[in-house]
Design a protein around this ligand. Structure first.
Ligand code: SF4
Ligand code: SF4
Length: 435
């Protein structure tokens, strides 16, 4: 790791020029698991060859990127996987690997240790073998994946255990946290399943319903409290305020993402391509020269119609990519973010009542009438909002907006309430939404 910080790239960070300090390259457009919740459509994009991947790595190094994540599909399926890792290390990257662990035997674990790889993220979905295997679609995958985690830890390689929590594995959160503590790995837990990258939303039906999400949230809180020696709720720090000038996430600022075929994106999930590396430009150059990327990187809470007037904003962790999938608009409220913010709000205030009945799956914006009592409220489109939509129609992509039966989004659709659409229509703007 020392050599990573010894070159000019460390100077770049030290001087505050930290934009695009990290990058991800999806080196494989294939996988040896068929996870029920996977957002990827594999085998259709094609893959860069060894020379192309190494050239991308060189361009990233020249642009001052410090951290490089290799992912897929399953990155270790490539025959040149070791050559790519060795090349990245020769360019002094701190290399992180995302893997399902199925191919990490003793030999590959030795190689990763020799290369002083910074960390490996391994996907593990349950501590109940049949639940994990049902999720991956590969019998025996639980045994192989947990063995790989132990193998890596035995070589003192940092391991992040990534779990996506869904309806069918929510009871495995606490056992999985115990496993990561036992082996000295770091848990990395997500409570959201994304739509597939072609817009098919059926995977969203796997998402936690409100009751299970509340249980999941309580499990995480309890684990966090145990780790921080049981801070009393009144001693807990106030939630981050998410000010209007702040950004909901660092998309298009801190890191850049390269698809298996060389397309450059802001992150793995945001549905917009900013250019391609085979044009002779590296990923960072593509992003820096893109007006679209500059626009995305400049979006703040103040640009998000509805959210900017919502009193639950301090409790909300919305995502531009999720909003594209669920609302067909990166700059609109969406049901699953609202549901989660309501759970967090209820947990932190100890109460949640409504001024008037909000319906099955209330979507914001919300107004706090008094602590613990909410009402739905409205926002209006400004001339700037309309100009932004016209300038960047890709923020509101044409998607399959038919929500999976039983999902919060389906309940919202039954109510006939799609805030972004209604706001747009009231302003006389045509929408690309089907509802
Ligand atoms: S858009 Fe969503 S997935 Fe992409 S960086 Fe932001 S929060 Fe993460
Ligand atoms: S409207 Fe929904 S998505 Fe927007 S800030 Fe409020 S809770 Fe979050």
């Amino acid at each position: 790791m020392t050599e990573v910080l010894s070159d000019l790239r460390a100077f770049k960070l030290a001087t505050g020029a930290h934009h695009f300090a990290s990058a991800t390259i999806e080196i494989a457009d294939r996988c040896n698991e068929v996870c029920v919740h996977c957002y990827q459509i594999q085998g259709q994009k094609g893959e860069m060859d060894t020379a192309q991947v190494c050239a991308v790595i060189d361009r990233l190094a020249d642009a001052g990127v410090l951290w490089l994540t290799l992912s897929g599909g399953e990155a270790t399926l490539r025959r040149d996987f070791r050559d790519i890792v060795a090349h990245a290390r020769s360019r002094h990257f701190a290399v992180r690997l995302m893997s399902n662990g199925l191919r990490i035997d003793d030999n590959l674990a030795d190689f990763l240790a020799e290369q002083a790889i910074a960390s490996v993220q391994i996907s593990l979905y349950a501590m109940t073998p049949e639940v994990h295997d049902r999720t991956t679609g590969v019998p025996g995958s639980f045994e192989k994946t947990t063995a790989a985690i132990r193998r890596l830890r035995a070589r003192n390689i940092a391991v992040d255990v990534a779990m996506t929590v869904m309806q069918h594995n929510v009871d495995d959160v606490t056992p999985l946290l115990a496993f990561t503590a036992e082996v000295g790995a770091r848990p990395s837990i997500s409570g959201h399943v994304f739509a597939k990258e072609d817009g098919d939303r059926q995977t969203e039906a796997l998402n936690l319903d409100q009751d299970r999400y509340a249980r999941f949230f309580a499990d995480l809180q309890s684990a966090a409290e145990q780790q921080s020696e049981k801070k009393a709720p009144e001693e807990a720090p106030p939630p981050a305020p998410n000010p209007l000038h702040g950004r909901p996430c660092q998309v298009a600022k801190a890191s850049v993402h390269v698809e298996a075929n060389g397309e450059v994106r802001a992150c793995a999930l945001f549905n917009h391509t900013f250019g391609k590396v085979d044009t002779g430009k590296g990923p960072v150059e593509v992003m820096r020269e893109s007006e679209d990327a500059a626009l995305l990187g400049g979006l703040t809470w103040g640009h998000i119609v509805g959210c900017r007037v919502c009193d639950l904003r301090p409790h909300c962790h919305r995502c531009f990519a999720n909003a594209q999938d669920e609302a067909g608009d990166a700059l609109a409220p969406y049901a699953s973010a609202c549901a989660r913010a309501l759970t967090v709000y209820e947990h932190q205030t100890g109460a949640l009542a409504w001024e008037s009945p909000p319906g099955d799956a209330p979507t914001g914006p919300f107004r706090e009438v008094e602590p613990g009592v909410l009402a739905r409220t409205e926002d209006t489109l400004s001339a700037e909002d309309i100009a932004l939509r016209e300038r960047a129609p890709w923020l509101r992509p044409a998607r399959n907006l038919a929500a999976p039966a039983g999902s919060p989004a389906a309940a919202r659709a039954r109510e006939g309430f799609v805030p972004a659409t209604r706001l747009a229509r009231s302003a006389g703007i045509s929408t690309n939404q089907s509802t």
